[in-house]
Design a protein around this ligand. Sequence first.
Ligand SMILES: [Zn+2]
Ligand SMILES: [Zn+2]
Length: 254
Amino acid sequence: MRLTVLGSGTIVPSLSRQPSAYLLEAGGLKILFDCGSGSLRRLLEAGAHPDDIDLMLFSHTHIDHTSELPLFLFSARYAPQARRRALRIAGSAGFVEFFAALERLYGDGISAPSYQRQVDALADGGEMRAGGVRIRAAAARHIPSSLALRIEAEGASLVYTGDTEYCESVVDLARDCDLLLCECSFPDGTSCPGHLTPSQAGRIAAEAGARRLLLTHFYPACEEVDRAAQARRTYSGELLLAEDLLQVSVEKVG
Ligand SMILES: [Zn+2]
Ligand SMILES: [Zn+2]
């Protein structure tokens, strides 16, 4: 599997970090985790194209994770030729309601007359398969119906936390994963309900036995501190810090 960070940022405007989006090439599929603003441009910069995406998985409906979804679908509908490739989209039940609201709002602008589209609900503890990929979901602690997502393909595993604070369901989902892509919003010592600090992210990785930890979703205050040193307080495995367009190969470790 190969992961490309498309957006390692948040709601805070940044010239270097766009809001959340990640491209995962796994099991013959191109998977997009979340679709924050700038996703289309970043896909092109990563050498991919929005019309190549087979599966979109959403952690939750916050705007920094979903804002470019309507544009993605509008582009698939009209520009320059209509999309042909089938597209699956999945998220929590709350996400499916959100998607239905988008369809009411944008109508034909985001309809899919030229390609097959399927929108699936993933529950806490739920599982789905697509191509050679197994996807499992678990509740994250952020807003109602937030999910963390685990992908298993090619003998390796990756877990994306989405936005969350510390919770055991995310630890369980991340058990022995080869790469934990973990949000890390604010520095240690700050109060950040619904989010993680570096040492809290490290705690999840350590308790789960994650082989590698990739921290992402940095608010500016988190960039002003030594995030790696703070994560090292709790996690001793291989540690990476996300940048937009960083590529990481995800292989079975150990
Ligand atoms: Zn967020
Ligand atoms: Zn959020």
